[in-house]
Design a protein around this ligand. Sequence first.
Ligand code: PEP
Length: 250
Amino acid sequence: MRNYYIAGNWKMHKTVAESVALAKALVAELGSCGERVMIAPAFTALSAVSEAIKGSRIVLGAQNMGPETQGAHTGEVSPWMLKDLGVRAVILGHSERRHSYGESDALVNKKVLLALAEGLEPILCVGETLEEREAGRLEAVVGTQVREGLKGVRAEDLAAVTIAYEPVWAIGTGKTATPDDADAVHAYIRGVIAGLYGEAAAKAMCIQYGGSVKPENAAELMAKPNIDGALVGGASLKAENFGPIANFRS
Ligand code: PEP
C-alpha cells in the first residue's frame, strides 16, 4: 500500500503559544494516522513545536533555509540551526519565495544541495503561474524548475528529496487543479525524473500536490496514481482541517 506524505506549511502565521496549541491538537488527532506527516511552523516557533511533538510521528519541517551554514548572512537561518532544533525537512523554492523574494532556480538548487549535504530532506516546490499556463509554457517552466532544482543531486540522495507541484494560481486562492490536471503534471514531472535518473528513481519519487487542498478534495487528489501526498497551506492552520486531510483514508 502506498504511503502518502502530507505536509503543512504554516507560513507567517501563529505566535509561539498558538503554534504549540496547534501542534498538540495535531499530535492528538493524528495518533493513529498511517501517513507521513510534517508540519512547518514559523522559525520563531520551531523550538517550542519541536518539544510539543516529541515522541509523536509528526516530522518537524522548516519553511525555508539560508544557502550557507554560517557567517555574515543577516536574516538567514542555517541548516545547522534547524537541525539543532530537531528539524528534519525543509520546504525550498516555494512560489512565495520565488515570486515575492526573487529566489532563482540557481539559489533554490544551492539550498537543495546544502540541505542534502546536511542530512535534511528538501521539498522542492515547482509550479507555473496562470500566465505561463495560458501561454502553453507549463511543461517548459515546471521542467526547468525540476531540472535546475536538482542539478548536481546524486542519484543516491534522491530518496531524501520530495517534489511539490504547486500551480501558483491555485495557492491560497481556493482554486484547485482538477485531480486529472494535477495528475497529468505529476506524470510529466515523473518523466523528467526518469530522464535524469531512470525509471526506478522516477517511480520511487514522492510528488506532492499543493494548491487549496482541503478535507473535501484530499481523497480525490490522493486517489490519482501520480499524486503521492499534499503540501497544504491555509488548511494546515486548523487541526479540524489538517487532521482530516492527513487522515483522508479513514
Ligand atoms: C502552499 O502555500 O504551499 C499552499 C499550497 O497553500 P494553500 O493550501 O493555502 O493553497
